[in-house]
Design a protein around this ligand. Sequence first.
Ligand code: PDD
Length: 283
Amino acid sequence: MSREAFVNGQYKVFDSAMVHVEDRGYQFADGVYEVFAVINKKIVDYDGHLNRLFRSLNEISLKSPIVKESYLFHIRNLIHKNNIQDGLIYLQITRGVAQRDFKFPKNVNSSIVITAKSISMENYHSKFENGIKVKTTMDLRWKRVDIKTLNLLPPVLAKQKAVESGCDEAWMVDTDGYITEGSSSNAWILIKDKLITTPATNSILKGITRTSLIKALKKNHIKLLAKRFNKNDIKKANEAFITSATQFVMPVIKVDNIRVGKGKVGRYAHIFKNAYMEAIQLK
Ligand code: PDD
């Protein structure tokens, strides 16, 4: 079965789905995006992701190229056309095609691209059983990372550094020595029975997975602290995690040379994963 992408109002065969060389996403990273997971042909936490997309658009004064109600239709079409059982939807909106000039172009439609790809839930579950390793890197990003923009060079460089050190994710550290978040995920540690995650300020992206997990934990009476943490706190932690639309809940067993707890996936990891999987909204 061939893949298809949605590009500016049309469904295109994947290999010939193109954007213009003067698209402002390409020229300036002038745009925003969202990533939705698909489980069993259903979109995970659709409303949360769509609402965050509209918040991101609003924060950078970008107009949605299609009405809010049409997103679900096109995403569902792509799930169907690409025969996705479990997968990921990538959705990107930019300030359109215009001669390269920093200021906003006038009377230009914003561009939209939506793609879909399959993922294996088995791979996720087996990765979960081993946990992942994390490397800390400097957080080199701008001051509005609460907006999900295309401006991704710092996380790209952070992730590459992590991978070159044999790790799966980078935890970015601010100038005060606190972990802000992962290069493409939120960061969590568990000290005794208290789960700690960085507060949702302008210094992190408020993850939709994070929000769903927090809701799930409230139901399960787990103590949550939205509080900054640093490497000394990681040394005291018995477990650690990342969350994102692509990794769901994923245990962390090592941060730099610090073994988290016993250096193995702990029992809370399973509790949190199950609680999260039960709490997600499928559409
Ligand atoms: N990234 N923090 C950052 C910097 C992220 O890029 C992401 C997600 C998250 C988690 O957000 P959510 O739970 O809503 O996926 C936190 C996506 C998956 C990506 O860029 O691929």
